[in-house]
Design a protein around this ligand. Structure first.
Ligand SMILES: [Zn+2]
Length: 302
């Protein structure tokens, strides 16, 4: 009896996560909004973004826990819209950025409490062991659930933490069934995620933002303009969400990577269980092909 109830709950959980992770670029096809992605102009010396307010209300100075570091950003787009980065266009250097979305939505606390693993410390260990500099797009809710890991990732120079919203709700509707935020809530959601990183003790945070589901439009870009973040999409979908075959994920990545690519993967064991195994295959092969792994901040500075 107990077992069957658990089974039903697990199936429901997987279905719900499917909607969320498909919204992360785990599904087939291009991310929504990708066709609208525009390359901004690199802001030459990378002006410091406005840091989220500290608890006292005073602006934070970098580097400080939770305050985005001094890294290259893109200049705002037309009419001050939030700029969007998809991949670097440099042609000479074979660099690639592996990015990992640490997803957890604001209503998934009870599932985590009942044992579902939204984290993937084994993946982080492997990235460290293989010395693959990586960018983790973390939700604020994930940082609240796993503060020790958020701190560990956010104080390790191998990584940088970027903002994937607090709630993992949609910034443009429709977006794979994700609940939608209105404009004021959207901006507040971004600030709340930075505040969660700071509370966890993360230092290596960067002023980059990935829209849940990759869904955005001009209205969303306008709503986020005061946050002074650079939106980061991707050009390579790994297909790691709910994948069972790490070889298939690796093949999809290896087939898609070009110099300057941004690859979207996930750092959540329950919904992307073979990502670590796929990384074990992807990394040596891309290195054999002459690629160097970099964080998004290095890619954006090219
Ligand atoms: Zn996501």
């Amino acid at each position: 009896m107990t077992l069957s109830v658990r089974k039903v709950a697990a199936v429901a959980a997987v279905a719900a996560l499917g909607a969320v992770l498909t919204g992360c670029g785990g599904g087939a096809g291009a991310p929504q909004g990708a066709g609208r992605a525009r390359m901004g102009t690199p802001a030459a010396s990378g002006p410091a973004p406005a840091a989220p307010p500290s608890a006292s209300g005073a602006p934070s100075a970098s580097p400080q826990a939770g305050a985005p570091a001094l890294v290259p950003t893109l200049a705002p787009g037309p009419n001050g819209l939030t700029p969007v980065f998809e991949r670097a266009r440099q042609r000479t250097e074979k660099t690639v950025a592996l990015t990992f979305d640490a997803d957890m939505t604001s209503d998934q606390g009870p599932r985590a409490a009942s044992g579902e693993r939204f984290d993937n410390p084994e993946l982080i260990s492997t990235l460290r062991r293989l010395k693959v500099p990586s960018t983790v797009f973390m939700t604020g809710r994930w940082a609240e659930e796993y503060p020790d890991q958020a701190k560990s990732i956010g104080t390790d120079p191998n990584f940088e933490i970027a903002n994937h919203s607090y709630s993992h709700h949609a910034f443009k509707s429709p977006c794979y069934g994700l609940p939608a935020l209105d404009e004021p809530a959207a901006r507040a959601d971004v600030d709340r995620a930075f505040a969660a990183f700071k509370k966890a003790g993360a230092v290596n945070t960067v002023p980059y933002f990935r829209f849940p589901g990759g869904c955005y439009d001009d209205r969303a870009l306008r709503a986020l303009a005061p946050a002074k973040v650079t939106a980061v999409q991707w050009d390579v979908v790994s297909g790691d969400a709910f994948a069972k075959d790490p070889d298939a994920v690796a093949e999809q990545v290896l087939a898609g990577v070009k110099p300057g690519s941004v690859v979207v993967m996930h750092c959540t064991h329950s919904a992307a269980p073979v990502t670590e195994q796929a990384v074990e295959k992807i990394v040596p092969e891309l290195r054999k092909r002459g690629f160097r792994f970099v964080k998004v901040s290095e890619l954006m500075g090219k």
